[in-house]
Design a binder for this molecule. Structure first.
Ligand code: PLP
Length: 386
């Protein structure tokens, strides 16, 4: 492959960190995970972080916690607004917890919510809005936060694609009651597999810690508001208070995370440099719509959507990319409504034309925190003469 979707960012630092864990012979969740959680929360200016084994698990545990909070918990049948384009596991926990989804179309340039459509979709029944900053590009958080506050709606920010992005100088993935992150390979930092929940809400934090860990009380803080200690250590050792999961990360993930978070600022700079180059190459090519940056994107990848007035065929683009050995994918899984799994959902759609257009005419190629000039040049050359 000449242009991969993603490249490894591990070097001696991560390898040494892993080796130390191997030497310690202590692999299950412990002090490295805790230290990484603290560093991660500090970096993003939030009070609490809970690490889990994937971004998908972060969404699952995050959604679950909202059903068990004392005040205004979510209930089965509640209405949640979601964008038509996101990753499958943005939606799956919502289905699994019996929520009713209302799909709102995206803007073809930003690839996030069409903000006017989002505002129109809100009703007195709307209990939660899920935001997803597609491929690193921030949503219009000022407007979304405002409608959430005015209407007493929970903001759940699935920030799994946008670590390090900023809107109005504020990190994405910090505005929600719950904010989720993925640290899967190819994401802005990688712990091989991994994910995190960030929140400022102590009750949510305690709920998430219990839910990731069998629903037990073992690692609750002494002042946890989610249960009352009975004082019998024998029963407390295995005491279950929530229908939870085991989605813990391991110490290897925690130790790698501690190294990767140190690299994040420089990795973001390089991703943005690559993006500048990509934009300079494609901004005047009227055959394609490229993603319009809102605020400061963290540029997970680069998108190209064939313009409605171009007669270029996506299949011929794909053939050329294949021949040049350039990796490409549908944009974040495309329009979720077009996937078979939708038959299991309780949902309505306000509008989805743009999402369908991106599904049928768009694709993305990779970005990574290394100099991508050569790869972008190859892409440019490959597409230039089609
Ligand atoms: C928006 C979004 N949410 C959730 C996830 C799931 O993350 P993971 O692959 O770590 O489970 C992804 C994965 O890329 C994603 O793009």
């Amino acid at each position: 492959m000449n242009y991969e979707l993603a490249y490894s960012t591990f070097d001696e630092k991560e390898r040494n960190a892993m080796y130390k864990i191997i030497q310690s012979d202590m692999f299950t969740m412990g002090k490295n995970v805790k230290a990484f959680e603290e560093e991660f929360a500090l970096f993003f200016g939030k009070k609490y972080a809970v690490m889990v084994n994937s971004g998908s698990s972060a969404n699952l545990v995050g959604v679950a916690s909202l059903f068990y909070k004392k005040e205004n918990p979510l209930n089965r049948g509640d209405e949640v607004i979601v964008p038509c384009i996101s990753w499958a596991t943005t939606y799956h926990p919502l289905q699994q917890y019996g929520l009713k989804l209302k799909f709102v179309d995206i803007d073809l340039e930003t690839l996030n919510y069409d903000i006017e459509e989002l505002k129109k979709a809100i009703t007195p029944n709307t209990k939660m809005i899920v935001t997803v900053s597609i491929l690193g590009n921030p949503n219009y958080y000022d407007e979304i936060e405002k409608v959430c506050e005015e209407n007493n709606i929970i903001l759940f920010d699935d920030n799994c694609e946008a670590m390090g992005a900023k809107y109005n100088g504020k990190f994405t993935g910090t505005s929600g009651l719950i904010n989720t992150y993925s640290t899967f390979f190819s994401h802005h930092i990688s712990t091989m597999e991994g994910g995190l929940i960030l929140t400022d809400d102590y009750e949510i934090y305690c709920l998430c810690k219990s839910l990731r860990n069998h629903g037990w009380t073992r690692d609750q803080e002494p002042d946890s508001p989610i249960y009352e200690k009975k004082g019998d250590d024998f029963f407390e050792a295995y005491r279950f208070i929530l229908p939870g999961y085991n989605v813990r990360p391991g110490e290897l993930q925690g130790a790698i995370g501690l190294e990767q978070i140190k690299k994040l600022p420089d990795m973001l700079i390089q991703r943005r440099k690559n993006a500048q180059y990509f934009v300079s190459k494609f901004k005047d090519d009227k055959r394609f719509i490229i993603q319009k940056e809102v605020g400061e994107s963290s540029w997970f990848a680069f998108t190209l959507i064939i313009s409605p007035n171009s007669n270029l065929k996506r299949d011929s683009v794909f053939m050329a990319l294949k021949k040049a050995e350039i990796g490409y994918r549908i944009i974040t899984g495309g329009n979720f409504l077009e996937h078979d799994v939708i038959k299991y959902f309780d949902y309505e759609v306000t509008k989805s034309e743009n999402a369908s257009y991106a599904h049928n005419y768009g694709f993305f190629v990779g970005n990574s925190p290394q100099d991508m000039t050569k790869e972008i040049d190859l892409l440019y050359k490959t597409l230039k003469d089609l």
